[in-house]
Design a protein around this ligand. Structure first.
Ligand SMILES: *Cc1c(COP(=O)(O)O)cnc(C)c1O
Length: 391
């Protein structure tokens, strides 16, 4: 991007960034459903392979529809470069494989997505990369856990499922003081509510499966950051090892990004209304939502975020009460997915967090009575009535 180019606002980028029309002049983005690309002659093929001449070669390397999605998301996250991946997990895998080597160390928030814990412990662990876990908001613990071989700090904010909020700028300062990188999984907020790179984070990872699509249609992911980290290290792994995004899915995510901010604000408004209502129900012990004044990081959330997001967790007495509530709903979908227009309801202890040990669950505060909602875009009154059935 040249310096004199005027920067568009978020909503303009959401609709238009990354568009490069073909000679046909299509208005919507085209889907380039092709595995490979044709060259004019042998010299051109050689020039493309050597990198002398830009151009597509093979869709594991680059694809125009995927590139449009990458450029649009990079603009929204205020990052130099984005690479798209086949899933959120492969975005985290590509980040680790691209940046780490045997003997390196990760410091991670203990409250992260279950599969990310398994990736760190079971797979990176096999190759001599160790991970230490700390409470998300204990900044002294983060600082102390960093070792000379620590390469990455990794977190989600808000955490899943308890919705704790991290001070991203403070953690970026801690990371940089020790010469390490801060990686933020921005699935819950999306750039519509939080832009971690602007707060000093080095990399953002996404599961596009959630709010970026927003309508539960496809699995995908992305890594965003500066050109060196993303363009060389992360992309190098992807190009060679192959968990790249399909052009069909990239097209779906392009459409999702167009309405991202509108949807995130609507999700946030609905979730706040549900959280406030849940807080008044006698059967509910506790509600976790950063938009509530009772939330321990409410002030930080107000300062740092453009909205509080669509996920609300709450505690009922025990597992039986949680299951009874879940089974009584007719509108909420019982599924572990989140970030959909359709509201979903989950029992984390027996689904998303069942494969981590009971000790890890206890440390992360995931009690048996915990229920997680991903509040969709239905009428709030209908959602309240649905929850009231099981309370
Ligand atoms: C879903 C999710 C992931 C993994 O993404 P997939 O697209 O399912 O591979 C990672 N982090 C968070 C916070 C998620 O919710």
């Amino acid at each position: 991007m040249s310096d004199d180019k005027e920067k568009n606002g978020f909503d303009t980028d959401a609709v238009r960034a990354g568009i490069r029309r073909s000679a046909e002049g299509e208005h919507a983005e085209a889907i380039f459903a092709t595995s490979s690309f044709v060259c004019e002659n042998a010299a051109e093929a050689a020039a493309r392979f050597s990198g002398e001449k830009p151009g597509n070669i093979y869709s594991r390397f680059t694809n125009p529809t995927v590139r449009a999605f990458e450029e649009r998301l990079a603009a929204l996250e205020a990052g130099e470069r984005c690479v798209a991946t086949s899933s959120g997990m492969s975005a985290i895998l590509a980040t680790c494989m691209g940046l780490l080597k045997s003997g390196d160390h990760i410091v991670s928030s203990r409250s992260i997505f279950g599969s990310t814990v398994l990736l760190f412990n079971n797979y990176l662990g096999k190759f001599g990369i160790q991970t230490s876990y700390v409470p998300l908001t204990d900044y002294v613990a983060w600082d102390k856990a960093i070792q000379p071989n620590t390469k990455l700090l990794f977190l989600e904010t808000p955490s899943n499922p308890l919705m704790e909020i991290a001070d991203v700028r403070r953690l970026a300062d801690i990371a940089h003081k020790h010469n390490t990188l801060l990686v933020v999984d921005n699935v819950f907020c999306t750039p519509a509510l939080l832009q971690p790179l602007k707060l000093g984070a080095d990399l953002v990872v996404h599961s596009a499966t959630k709010y970026l699509d927003g309508q539960g249609r496809a699995v995908g992911g992305a890594v965003v950051g500066n050109a060196e980290l993303v363009g060389n290290h992360v992309y190098g792994f992807l190009r060679t090892c192959g968990p790249s995004m399909s052009p069909f899915n990239a097209w779906i995510f392009l459409k999702g990004l167009e309405t991202l901010r509108l949807r995130m604000h609507a999700h946030s408004a609905n979730a706040l209304a549900i959280a406030q209502w849940l807080e008044q129900q006698p059967a509910i012990k506790r509600v976790y939502y950063p938009g509530l004044a009772s939330h321990p990081q409410h002030d930080l959330a107000k300062r740092q975020h453009a909205g509080f997001g669509g996920v609300v967790s709450f505690e009922v007495s025990d597992k039986d009460a949680a299951w009874k509530l879940i089974d009584a709903t007719r509108l909420f979908s019982i599924t572990a997915n989140l970030g959909d227009t359709k509201s979903t309801i989950t029992h984390p202890a027996t689904t998303t967090h069942t494969r981590i040990t009971p000790e890890q669950r206890a440390a992360a505060g995931i009690v048996d009575g915990l229920v997680r909602l991903s509040v969709g875009l239905e009428d709030v009154d209908d959602l309240k009535r649905d929850l009231a059935r099981g309370l």
